[in-house]
Design a protein around this ligand. Structure first.
Ligand SMILES: Cc1ncc(C[n+]2csc(CCOP(=O)(O)OP(=O)(O)O)c2C)c(N)n1
Length: 315
């Protein structure tokens, strides 16, 4: 009897048939395509992939991907994704959401995730506005900027997601552009393959509310020389990868270089800013907790456990 090789999964296998209600031309389409291209390239079994999201236009993304999906709460996606990953370490976990979700209300969880270095990828749809609630300024909009959806200019300074990720301890930090899904997919593949907390901040257009950072703006259509306002780090000889994770000096130097690049704003660097292979939470902490280290929680009988001895011990 001959056994045929399993059929290769195609892009179609990662698409759901749910109706999509994003605005026409939304940058979210590019990010969705980038994710689907990446998981197809890696041939991840949809049964072994869980995509978690926060609340916002971006939060609808898991509905459109054929995999396990969990549309969580505003700002709380990282907590739920962490739980999902730790309960079932056989899963590939992708968390995603908007810049308001992740860098505003979710900022504390953003820091905590970087500190723990749990092995999953976090993709932020960074469109400078709160899209779902009609375009208020998000934490990444700089002071003095005013989109067509705002009554007046932003009165607070914008935060720097890459520098925030460096300071928090993410071990893979990258930035990409939503309307270049092929390049975005290549970055997502590297983020997912990386062992540890990976941030991919994606510059995203919002044609409905953000009339400042449009496709034409990113691509420099208004500039006399018509050059892109983006450049790829690796094309200018930058390498953010730490070669010796035991060398603290190298780590500090690479972090400083990543932060310096993250403040460049014309052109804006995209690509991998920083990467270091450091012990993950799963390796460093879970292994020390007997109940979690033995086998994934989902494979354990947690419902019929006798907690009486534990209660007695704490008496
Ligand atoms: C606890 C809580 N606060 C506020 C809201 C209202 N709310 C829904 S989405 C959203 C912001 C969405 O913006 P962003 O996270 O940038 O995502 P986008 O819609 O741009 O993709 C807000 C404030 C909420 N749902 N829950």
């Amino acid at each position: 009897m001959s056994v045929s090789a399993p059929a290769k999964l195609t892009l179609k296998d990662y698409k759901s048939d749910l109706h999509n209600d994003w605005c026409p031309g939304c940058g979210d389409f590019g990010i969705l395509t980038g994710i689907q291209m990446a998981i197809q390239q890696m041939q991840i079994d949809p049964d072994k992939l869980a995509v978690f999201s926060g609340i916002g236009c971006s939060g609808k993304t898991p509905h459109y991907i054929n995999a396990y999906g969990f549309h969580t709460l505003h700002g709380r996606v990282l907590t739920v994704a962490t739980g999902g990953r730790l309960a079932n370490t056989d899963l590939t976990v992708i968390a995603l959401g908007g810049d308001g979700d992740g860098y505003g209300i979710g900022a504390g969880y953003f820091v905590g995730t970087g500190r723990r270095n749990v092995d999953f990828t976090y993709i932020v749809h960074n469109n400078n506005v709160y899209g779902l609630t009609k375009g208020q300024a998000s934490p990444t909009l700089s002071k003095g900027k005013k989109t067509k959806s705002m009554p007046e200019q932003a009165i607070q300074d914008g935060i720097n997601p890459v520098a925030m990720a460096v300071a928090s301890g993410y071990t893979f930090i990258a930035r990409a552009y939503a309307l270049e899904p092929k390049y975005l997919a290549s970055i997502i593949v590297k983020a997912v393959e990386h062992k540890g907390s990976a941030l991919v901040d994606v510059l995203q257009t919002c044609p409905t509310y953000n009339d400042l950072y449009t496709k034409e703006w990113y691509e420099g259509a208004d500039l006399p020389e018509k050059r892109s306002r983006l450049y790829k780090l690796e094309e200018r000889g930058y390498d953010g990868k730490v070669s010796d994770p035991n060398d603290r000096e190298e780590i500090v130097a690479k972090k400083a270089a990543a932060v310096a690049r993250s403040y460049e704003d014309d052109p804006i660097p995209i690509g991998i800013y920083y990467q270091a292979e450091l012990p993950t939470y799963e390796d460093a902490v879970m292994q020390r907790i007997p109940a979690l280290g033995e086998k994934p929680l989902v494979e354990q009988d947690v419902f019929h456990r006798d907690v009486q001895p534990l209660l007695e011990a704490m008496r």
